[in-house]
Design a protein around this ligand. Structure first.
Ligand code: ADP
Ligand code: MG
Length: 658
């Protein structure tokens, strides 16, 4: 079938931590009926591409192995085999600190604190590459694979990312696409893609319109676990091809260091323990560890389908480790890991509850290879009291969903439109002059969204202003994450406070933030160039969320103490000055009383200045009240004095602070 030149395919890509896939829907265009999404496999018919790249040791280092081959040899070349590079995308070295123990290769700090991969070379000088470049190698391979299967060039893609990926991580993903010669036309959240594929599957199965519902997406991959609660709202009029289905992420939770690889590790440590028990202490060379790990994964996969797996490992020198492992035994090993996924599910449900309006969950969609584990399915069934939805291949569901969205964007076929609504994972705002966080876009707002705030200058003829863009839930800027600073330049010179600077935040459908600014009196557009810092980690998102709850009370106390200290200092200053000024007029008992109260309050404000947590706000409040009451007589003396100082008939020049 010939394809009109004007229509270009848009593929859907799941760029996974462990495995990546590419899929297409509605291709060739305009068939009748529209074709469902399908995976575009490699030339050997394998649907998945392990997200692993091995580099040679030339300068500059070049990729020499990719996918299955690179993974099979990974442990033999730990420093030059790059796996799980997704963990470094859009992140700083500090962000990645928790991941470093899980990575075999060296991570160094690049410009702007970004995490980079340092590859060993024969010259001795490491060759440094960015995570985007490594991801681009994987994306390029998928792009070629898709073009080969379709027989036409491929240059556009919808790429999926975890729902908690922040601005920098999404930007990095888009940049990786660009490096691979792919225009990333849309970034969508992985759970949203899974729900899209599920929605499509349901409609095909039922031959009926999709019902409004709330679903959970349980995604257990190789090294990460994510659970999301989504609301699916079908288009009101299914006959209208421009109507939109809405897939809204209500909440997400997860664990960035929990996945099928941990199941392998549990088996691996069982093997190594038993081997040393049986044959005496030994160190395992990388080759042995590599094959032990492969045995562990094979046993794990076998135990998903069978009640037992037999293992036979020839360690050389007549030493053969052999044993039968039953599913029951294996399940005892992994039970604590599976329990952690369930704990996350409870958290996600708790967060989504207020948005669910008492509606029940109607499905749990299983995503990720590790959800083939029977114990996982049992625990999920038990926890949600629902039969998990497994009609779609858990490895493929995200890529298929991305292809559905790509098909819609392509406008090919008679496919319905599906509008996606995702949410902003953490609030976005600006730092105020007082160091507080002014939220412009609050957490869980659906994207795309925009919000604006108006500012002015504080100095005459000020032509520039620097604004700090923040992400987080806490009240004070210092407790939030700075995404970057931007400078508004070219403000027309005007007296302080006159310019009206309208700053607008816009989060696009891919979840990427842009900032626009205009001076409204002169209608002059200002350049608002963000100097990005780097990404927030999922751990950090989780931590910041948790902290916003645990610290809510603390933040309020801190605000209260800050206000109290400011007012107390004003009082102390005024009272001390009056005591000096009115020296002779103050009776000695009043002076003694005031001085002791001043000392008490001053020791509190000084302590608060050093460490606000050491101060009892109520005690400080009482001390300030006591001093205020005791100083009434001083106020009277001061007024009398100022009346004497001034010409008769004049109002007092100073009034006591109240
Ligand atoms: P990611 O999303 O991290 O890229 P995947 O969804 O592809 O990862 O999941 C990969 C994980 O799934 C690996 O740990 C793999 O061993 C595991 N896995 C694949 N098939 C099975 C199976 N049949 N039973 C248990 N685990 C499996
Ligand atoms: Mg995945």
């Amino acid at each position: 079938m010939s394809v009109p030149d004007s229509i270009e395919p848009i593929v859907g890509i799941a760029l996974g931590t462990t495995n990546s896939l590419v899929a297409i829907a509605n291709w060739p265009p305009h068939p009748a009926p529209p074709s469902p999404p399908r995976i575009l496999p490699d030339d050997r018919g394998r649907p998945m591409l392990p997200s692993v790249v091995r580099f040679d040791t030339s300068t500059p280092a070049r990729p020499i192995e990719l996918g299955y081959e690179a993974r099979a040899n990974a442990l033999l070349h730990p420093l030059s085999t790059i796996a799980s590079v997704k963990r470094l995308m859009g992140r700083s070295t500090a962000d990645a600190a928790n991941d470093l123990p899980h990575l075999s290769f060296r991570v160094v700090e690049g410009p702007n604190n970004t995490a980079r991969v340092a590859l060993p070379t024969s010259s001795g000088e490491p060759h440094v590459v960015s995570p985007q470049e490594v991801s681009a190698i994987i994306l390029r391979a998928l792009r070629t694979q898709a073009a080969d299967r379709l027989g036409v060039p491929v240059s556009k893609a919808v790429v999926t990312v975890p729902a908690y990926f922040d601005d920098a991580q999404r930007q990095a993903t888009r940049d990786a696409g660009r490096l691979a010669g792919l225009d990333v036309v849309r970034i969508i959240n992985e759970p949203t893609a899974a729900a899209l594929a599920y929605g499509l599957g349901l409609r095909q199965l039922a031959g009926a319109p999709l019902a409004p519902q709330i679903v959970a997406v349980f995604d257990l991959g190789g090294g990460t676990f994510d659970v999301s609660i989504l609301r699916i709202t079908p288009a009101a009029d299914s006959a209208d091809s421009t109507a939109a289905d809405c897939f809204q992420v209500l909440s997400t939770s997860g664990d960035t260091h929990l996945g099928g690889d941990d199941f392998d590790s549990a088996l691996l440590s069982l093997f190594t323990r038993e081997i040393t028990e049986r044959f005496g202490p030994m160190t395992f060379p990388p080759e042995t560890l590599q094959s032990l790990r492969q045995f562990a994964e094979a046993a794990k996969i076998r135990l998903s389908a069978a009640d037992s797996a037999s293992i036979r490992i020839d360690l050389g020198g007549g030493r053969v480790y052999q044993r039968l492992i039953t599913r029951a035994e294996y399940q005892t090993l992994i039970a604590p890991l599976v329990q952690r996924t369930i704990d996350c599910c409870r958290r996600a449900l708790k967060d989504a509850r207020p948005l669910m309006h008492d509606e029940p969950l109607s499905a749990v969609i299983l995503v990720g290879g590790a959800t083939r584990t029977p114990l996982v399915r049992d625990k999920v069934r038990e926890e949600f009291n629902l039969e998990p939805y497994t009609a779609l291949d858990p490895d493929q569901v995200v890529a298929l969903g991305a292809a559905v969205q790509a098909g819609v964007l392509m406008g090919g076929g008679s496919g319905r439109r599906s509008l996606l609504l995702d949410v902003v994972p953490l609030s976005l705002g600006l730092e105020t002059v007082g160091g507080a966080m002014a939220k412009l876009i609050i957490r869980n707002s659906t994207v795309p969204c925009r919000a604006a705030e108006t500012f002015s200058t504080s100095v005459d003829n000020q032509t520039g202003i620097v604004l700090n863009v923040l992400q987080g839930e806490r009240e004070m800027a210092a407790d939030c994450r700075s995404l970057g600073r931007f400078e508004l330049k070219g403000i027309p010179p005007m007296p302080a406070g006159i310019p009206k600077l309208k700053v607008e935040f816009a989060v696009d459908a891919s979840g990427i933030l842009t900032v626009h600014a205009v001076e409204e009196r002169s209608a002059k557009r200002l350049s608002a160039q963000i100097v990005p810092n780097h990404g927030l980690t999922a751990d950090e998102v989780a931590r910041l969320e948790r902290e916003s709850v645990t610290h809510a009370r603390e933040d309020m106390t801190r605000h209260r103490i800050a206000d109290l200290v400011t007012n107390a200092r004003l009082d102390l200053h005024w009272i001390s000055r009056q005591l000096d000024k009115l020296a002779a007029e103050v009776p000695s008992d009043l002076r003694t009383d005031l001085e002791s109260r001043i000392a008490t309050l001053r020791s509190m404000t000084d302590a608060a200045g050093r460490d606000w947590t050491s101060v009892d706000a109520n005690a400080m409040h009482r001390a300030k009240d006591d001093l205020d009451r005791a100083s009434v007589r001083l106020h009277e003396l001061s007024i009398a004095r100022s009346l004497q100082d001034d010409a008769p008939g004049k109002a007092p020049r100073s009034t006591p602070p109240r």
